[in-house]
Design a protein around this ligand. Structure first.
Ligand code: UTP
Length: 290
């Protein structure tokens, strides 16, 4: 049966980003650059590549710069035009979406990822939708992660969660799936646990910040149940639906950088810089001196 296309992408960007203080005192974490592009732009490009048409940002107080970023920078455009800076103008063009394709909703209190997703319920409506956590940079430019997942979703429908295999000693940091039958990169899910205690993880397959979900998850989130860390967890809401709706984990092809973490962010900058012909020689030369 043909599956409804995933048209809407939700970007929860309401977190405080305390691991990046003091930078995040004034700059939203999602605008921190990897080389020269903000994290959020990588995630939006990924959603566009997967065929999403409507971007929904769940923002918070102090995140106004995010809205400006996707706006037309009138004065800058005028100055660059007057100076004949065609290349720079083309770069700016890449940050713009058609008018009306971006919507913003506020999460008034940082009550957790599940709560942030729930704040988008009226904009999502009753259709499948994607969730992308911009601080997780999933890098596979030839076939971005959400596109891989959308293709899998077109085949199997239901809910599709991106996962990767993590070392056993790291499972307590992630949402971990309880695996059922596997078919290549797709694994049926029979359960999910948020941050299992050391030694209790049901597998080593960890969720990495990309989800295709059915709208019923919003109904579960409406109950506002608190989970790990006292927060409203998306993992818990999904776990309630497993067994009622189909859930598959998609072991994505590509590299993952946890850019919500300082070491992960620096690693991402080095890795992507080494792929850029304009700066790779200098970066490589410096690394060779270490
Ligand atoms: P994190 O766990 O990384 O939290 O959230 P954080 O606040 O962004 O960062 P730290 O840990 O304080 O440094 C994972 C994702 O969920 C979003 C974040 O913006 C991030 O994309 N989130 C989290 C919300 O939108 N609202 C919340 O209440 C919590």
């Amino acid at each position: 049966m043909a599956q409804p296309r995933v048209r809407k992408a939700v970007f929860p960007v309401g977190g405080m980003g305390t691991r990046f203080l003091p930078a995040t005192k004034a700059v939203p974490k999602e605008l921190l650059p990897v080389v020269d592009k903000p994290l959020l732009q990588y995630a939006v490009d990924e959603a566009l590549a997967a065929g999403c048409e409507q971007m929904i940002f769940v923002t918070a107080r102090g995140k106004g710069a995010l809205e400006d970023y996707f706006d037309i920078a009138g004065e800058m455009v005028a100055t660059l035009t007057a100076r004949g800076k065609a290349a720079e103008l083309a770069v700016l063009d890449g940050t713009q979406l058609p008018a009306g394709d971006i919507a913003y909703v506020r999460q008034q209190e940082p009550l957790g990822l599940g709560h942030a997703v729930w704040c988008a319920r009226h904009l999502v409506g009753r259709e499948p939708f994607a969730v992308l956590l911009p601080d997780e940079l999933l890098w596979e430019p030839a076939n971005p992660c959400l596109k891989q997942m959308a293709d899998a979703h077109a085949r199997v429908g239901g809910n599709v969660i991106a996962v990767m295999e993590v070392p056993a000693e790291h499972t307590h940091r992630y949402g971990i799936i309880v695996p059922g039958q596997a078919d290549g990169a797709l694994t049926e899910m029979t359960g999910m646990v948020e941050k299992p205690k050391a030694g209790t993880a049901p597998s080593r397959l960890a969720a990495v910040g990309r989800y295709i979900l059915q709208p019923e998850v919003m109904d579960v989130l409406s109950q506002h149940k608190r989970g790990a860390g006292g927060e409203i967890q998306l993992t818990d809401a999904m776990a309630e639906l497993i067994g009622i709706q189909p859930f598959h984990a998609w072991t994505f092809g590509g590299r993952r950088f946890d850019c919500g973490d300082k070491a992960g962010h620096i690693t991402a900058n080095i890795a992507l810089a080494l792929e850029r012909p304009d700066i790779a020689p200098d970066v490589r030369a410096y690394l060779a001196t270490l």
